[in-house]
Design a protein around this ligand. Sequence first.
Ligand SMILES: [Zn+2]
Length: 76
Amino acid sequence: MSKNGKDMFAVHLPQIGQMQEGTCATCGQHTDFVFIGTQQYPSRVAEKLKVALIVQQWRCTQCHTTLSVSNAEQVA
Ligand SMILES: [Zn+2]
């Protein structure tokens, strides 16, 4: 952990309920996604699965599929 601890939380995250446009891989619609929160993995799990520590979860407003996006990617 860093000295002041702030760096751990420097990741910019959307607000819950925030909308973002994108194309849904499930229903194929160009639509809005609603940010519903984050899922956080313990570091040993993240290493094993090779996933980001924090995964953003967005819901398609057309088909209500939940889309998981790691911090390395963006909904585009
Ligand atoms: Zn969809």
